[in-house]
Design a protein. Structure first.
Length: 402
């Protein structure tokens, strides 16, 4: 689990610096500070204070970050001083928490910190964001870097929205189907049960099964609730482990149709992130490290770390990606060509654009397949129960007419 560390240190000029940093590994923070030539004097994990007010904060979304970055880029490009830009952005922020963060960043910049140093103190600005801003400040192209960040965030938000839309429809249909089934079992079926008890005689097996499920739900519903709650808890605990997350993510990639959406989204995210970092002047090893942390899938993350190891030993990017089995041959071949021609960032951007449109197509296919499947499942569930309830009536009519 990521933790927030509070650090203090001295710069090469003797200036006292302090800040907060979110990471899963304390060693990563130490390495980060050493790269900035900061001598660490104090380092501790921030205590996790419980505050009821936090639950009422409006979450700062990717869309909010994209709007902020786009406006910041436009104002910097227009020649406005950085502090004035930040003051304007703080004044027009509609979320109080975000407004407070921008105000704090403004104060730090006014106090002599670089923009990257000021942003690094706040977890909402990711390592990718901070590294790109740092590269932009160092190269004197902050407006260009912010524009690239804005494009990246806008496309990341669009990709996120597509994947969510792919999951929304089946989820809603499944909830409706389960709710309708439970309602029938708890309130409709008992009416039939009373009628059958008056008939007497042997009931058909399907009718017995439906009545048994209905009686269980009405009498021991809490057992089902405990089982479902226990299963969800066990799943979350398993997924919290490294092995569990990798197995679940690997299984997700193999699910028919949905796995294809997840795979294409992961490829689009990887290529977009790495291409944006490389084109912004971030070193390739640092770029791969950041990209791995934002991969969103443990299998892809391991493949990226293997690629990083390969490059650090003087080998290519494409080969480890080819070996992991996640990336299609076309992707690895295009990356290989990009390496050979020295246009890796452009090639990654082309792959990302291609897979953005592929995600659209995959989402449409998923929706078109799931719709009839869910309708059939609902029909089987509801229709099966109705048939089971009417079977004794058919039997009774046969007996009477015979």
């Amino acid at each position: 689990m990521p933790a927030t560390f509070v650090w203090k240190g001295r710069s090469p000029t003797g200036e006292i610096l302090a800040g907060e940093y979110v990471t899963e590994n304390k060693q990563e923070l130490i390495s980060h500070l050493r790269k900035r030539k900061i001598i660490v004097t104090s380092l501790r994990e921030k205590s996790k204070d419980i505050n009821i007010r936090f639950s009422f904060k409006k979450r700062i979304t990717v869309k909010d970050m994209g709007v902020f970055t786009r406006q910041f880029s436009t104002m910097i490009n227009a020649g406005l001083p950085m502090v004035q830009c930040l003051n304007i952005l703080s004044a027009q922020a509609d979320k109080p928490h975000f407004k407070k963060i921008i105000s704090t960043v403004t104060s730090d910049v006014e106090g002599g910190s670089t923009l990257a140093e000021a942003l690094a103190k706040h977890p909402i600005f990711t390592q990718l964001y901070v590294n790109m801003v740092e590269a932009g400040e160092a190269g004197g192209i902050l407006d260009l870097i912010l524009n690239r960040l804005a494009v990246y965030l806008e496309k990341a938000e669009a990709l996120q929205r597509k994947v969510k839309s792919a999951m929304t429809y089946p989820t809603v249909v499944a909830v409706v189907a389960i709710s309708a089934t439970v309602f029938m079992l708890m309130f409709i079926i008992p009416t039939f049960a009373k009628m059958f008890s008056d008939f007497g005689g042997e009931l058909p097996l399907p009718t017995k099964i439906v009545l048994g499920v209905s009686n269980f739900l009405r009498g021991q519903w809490y057992i089902l609730l405990l089982v479902v709650g226990g299963a969800i808890f066990a799943f979350k605990r398993f997924r919290a482990t490294e092995m569990g997350k990798e197995k679940i993510d690997r299984l997700a990639l193999r699910v028919p149709v949905l796995g294809m959406v997840i795979r294409k989204a992961a490829i689009a995210r990887f290529t977009r992130t790495l291409g944006t970092l490389i084109s912004s002047g971030v070193p390739i090893l640092a770029g791969l490290d950041i990209t791995a942390r934002t991969a969103g899938n443990k299998v892809v993350e391991k493949a990226i770390y293997a690629t990083r190891e390969s490059i650090s030993q003087g080998e290519t990017i494409a080969e480890p990606l080819r070996q992991c089995g996640v990336f299609p041959p076309m992707v690895t071949q295009m990356i290989g060509v990009g390496e050979q021609t020295g246009a890796l960032d452009e090639m990654l951007d082309k792959i990302a654009n291609f897979y953005d449109s592929e995600v659209d197509t995959a989402v449409e296919q998923l929706t078109s397949i799931i719709e009839p499947v869910m309708i059939v499942l609902m029909g089987v569930l509801v229709g099966g129960m109705l048939i089971a309830m009417y079977l004794p009536m058919f039997k009774l009519i046969t007996v009477i007419s015979g």
